[in-house]
Design a protein around this ligand. Structure first.
Ligand SMILES: Cc1cc2nc3c(=O)[nH]c(=O)nc-3n(C[C@H](O)[C@H](O)[C@H](O)COP(=O)(O)OP(=O)(O)OC[C@H]3O[C@@H](n4cnc5c(N)ncnc54)[C@H](O)[C@@H]3O)c2cc1C
Length: 602
């Protein structure tokens, strides 16, 4: 068995903290129970132990590469697509009519947490196929559904998201790929797409690109972008496959996630490439946001998974490495004493608790997002709208916190290994290189922060924030009933006041039309806000652990629950306390980062 995550913690978060059984009461999930989901997760864990974790390092050491017009990846990629198709990990969440199992998103997220802790280079291949197939089932015509969905969900064909172009990364309004209508209802598409994850390789029969382009004469900006299905191989009426002139130009060589290919594709440059419109003209970006929002949570989950795996690698090392002696009450080290394992040193324990508090806090947030999504299957219209608003508010946070703080947590984990952490004999350096991409793709941290402060917080007159505050209050009230947690309830309430004060201050700029000033420090705001959100998740976990201890209904050991409460205390002391310092940035009225008359960045 490989020690890259803690199964009990995953189950505690899924079943106890986010109450899977309540989610399963929805009519949609009538044929599913918690035991079935546990069996699915056991199977995934077994598969990861035997098949994915053992090749994690190999995928880094033998990266994907381009040669003679082809992308070469690890041979396991093709097997994983088929096997994940069979296990229901590509289409598990889909309606039965598409061959899905109507599993809750929470179960799929838990399964992929295991996959990505074992091997984060692999999860994107099936994951993007799920997201692109979902775009077709939600917005596509019956013909598109019939042609593509079944083969995608089985893993026979793979899906991609084709947004980025050399001049259009963060700013998708600058997309220039074009589409010209044909008489038969199809379009000829043309353009180059870069950084396309999982965009081509030899082990999957066909690649179905979900492609953004402008139809000739479409309005400028985001309102003129349409979405197309563009297969690598066209499907004839008899099911035969023929080339669609999608050329693979290169595979980007990267510092991390080297086993996950990142392709450069050209469409319509060497002959005609045909695409088929999804939904209505000019609504492509709106549709694509369904996939992007899902992918943002997935990136947050993968970042979380890497930080969890790194924590377990550091923990194992700290339990084995012997170095230094304990400090005596005299304040001196006694050389006659035996050296100790480094886990006995306070500073090493601080680093481990930092890793644990960040990675498990992030995991709980990812499951909060899934629970919000799943709960809407059993809600009246008003509750559904509220759940959607809450999910929209926490999506940029669920993407950013695990990526940014997870990166720091992995870096801290590497520090625990001292010099060995820097050496390729140990795995920490791979985790650090792998997690680095998470704060870049699916919208950089800067872009997520602008989304949070510029769009999500003011959304619906601030209703989403009010809903979140009500959720915080529920945990505060629960904690107040547990005498030992009451002080932490006060600390969370204090953090809420701090952020309210900051928002009160900066919204003055927005009201005066000075949006550049309002948004200038969106990223420090994200740091503060996301820390508070994770503090809420930790209070939720501590309340759940305390409930179990009081009722003596213990699924796990007493120490397991006590360690959750202890980690919450660590997070409040070492992390939540930092938001006061960040708030000071907003007290200072000098806008040092805005463009000034004299250029001061030279
Ligand atoms: C490994 C990898 C895999 C990828 N996979 C895919 C994929 O499958 N499909 C796909 O379509 N794309 C994919 N991408 C593209 C990815 O989404 C973009 O790289 C990302 O959105 C950033 O765009 P950019 O690289 O052009 O950077 P830019 O947009 O040029 O940004 C550069 C810097 O400027 C900042 N910035 C930009 N605009 C603003 C602004 N308005 N305000 C403040 N700051 C700003 C950014 O935060 C960033 O720090 C992938 C990228 C990589 C590296």
């Amino acid at each position: 068995m490989n020690n890259y995550f803690n199964y009990e913690t995953l189950k505690f978060i899924l079943h106890d903290v986010h109450r899977l059984n309540d989610i399963l009461k929805a009519e949609r999930f009538k044929d599913i129970d918690a035991d079935m989901i546990n069996i699915l997760l056991d199977g995934v864990k077994d598969y990861c132990d035997k098949e994915l974790y053992p090749i994690f390092r190999e995928m880094d050491e033998k990266p994907a590469y381009y040669e003679d017009g082809k992308i070469h990846v690890h041979p396991k990629v093709g097997e994983v697509m088929t096997e994940f198709g069979e296990m229901g990990l590509i289409g598990g969440h889909f309606d039965e009519k598409y061959g899905g199992m109507q599993l809750p998103e929470s179960a799929i997220n838990a399964a992929y947490t295991i996959v990505s802790t074992a091997n984060n280079n692999m999860s994107g291949y099936p994951g993007l196929t799920t997201g692109s197939a979902a775009l077709i089932t939600t917005f596509g015509s019956e013909a598109l559904k019939e042609t593509y969905v079944e083969k995608m969900l089985s893993g026979q064909w793979a899906g991609t998201m084709c947004l980025t172009e050399p001049q259009a990364g963060s700013s998708l309004s600058d997309i220039t790929s074009s589409a010209s209508a044909n008489e038969d209802g199809s379009y000829n598409v043309k353009g180059q797409k870069i950084f396309i994850s999982g965009g081509d390789h030899e082990f999957t029969e066909n690649f179905i690109h979900l492609f953004l382009a402008r139809i000739d004469g479409a309005p400028a900006g985001t309102k003129g972008i349409s979405l197309f299905v563009v297969p690598k191989l066209k499907i004839g009426e008899d099911g035969s496959l023929s080339p669609n002139n999608v050329q693979t130009i290169a595979d980007f060589q990267k510092m991390g996630q080297k086993g996950y290919c990142t392709t450069h594709l050209a469409f319509g440059e060497d002959g005609t490439t045909q695409g088929w419109l999804v939904g209505e003209e000019n609504k492509g970006l709106k549709y694509m946001f369904q996939m992007m929002n899902m992918a943002r949570i997935s990136v947050g989950r993968d970042a979380t998974a890497v930080s969890i795996a790194a924590y377990h690698a550091s923990l194992q090392y700290a339990n084995e490495r012997v170095q230094g002696r304990k400090i005596k009450s005299s304040g001196k080290k006694d050389a006659s004493n035996n050296p100790v394992k480094i886990i006995e040193h306070a500073d090493v324990r601080r680093m481990l608790l930092f890793q644990k508090s960040v990675s498990e806090g992030a995991l709980s947030l990812i499951h909060e997002a899934s629970a919000l999504y799943d709960s809407s299957y059993n809600a009246d219209q008003e509750t559904k709208e509220n759940l959607k608003l809450l999910l929209e508010l926490i999506t940029p946070v669920a993407k950013t916190y695990p990526s940014e703080k997870g990166k720091q947590a992995v870096d801290t984990g590497l520090q625990i290994l001292g010099g060995y952490g820097f050496c390729t004999d140990f795995i920490l350096q791979q985790y650090l290189r792998d997690i680095r991409i998470m704060s870049i793709y699916e919208g950089t941290t800067g872009i997520q922060s602008l989304d949070l402060l510029g769009r999500k917080i003011p959304m619906n007159g601030g209703k989403s924030v009010q809903l979140l505050v009500a959720e915080f209050q529920k945990e505060i009230n629960r904690a107040k009933e547990h005498g030992n947690l009451s002080a932490y309830a006060d600390q969370l309430a204090g953090g809420m006041k701090t952020i309210e004060k900051v928002l009160g201050k900066i919204s003055g700029h927005a009201m005066q039309g000075e949006f550049e000033k309002y948004l200038a420090d969106a990223t420090p705001f994200m740091e503060m806000f996301s820390t508070l959100v994770i503090a809420w998740q930790w209070l939720k976990m501590a309340n759940t652990a305390q409930d179990a201890l009081i009722s003596n209904k213990l699924t796990y050991s007493k120490e397991f629950y006590e360690s959750k409460i202890h980690t919450m205390k660590f997070f409040y002391k070492y992390e939540l306390s930092r938001i006061e310092g960040i708030a000071n940035i907003f007290d200072d009225e000098k806008f040092l980062t805005l463009q000034l008359e004299n250029e001061l960045i030279i």
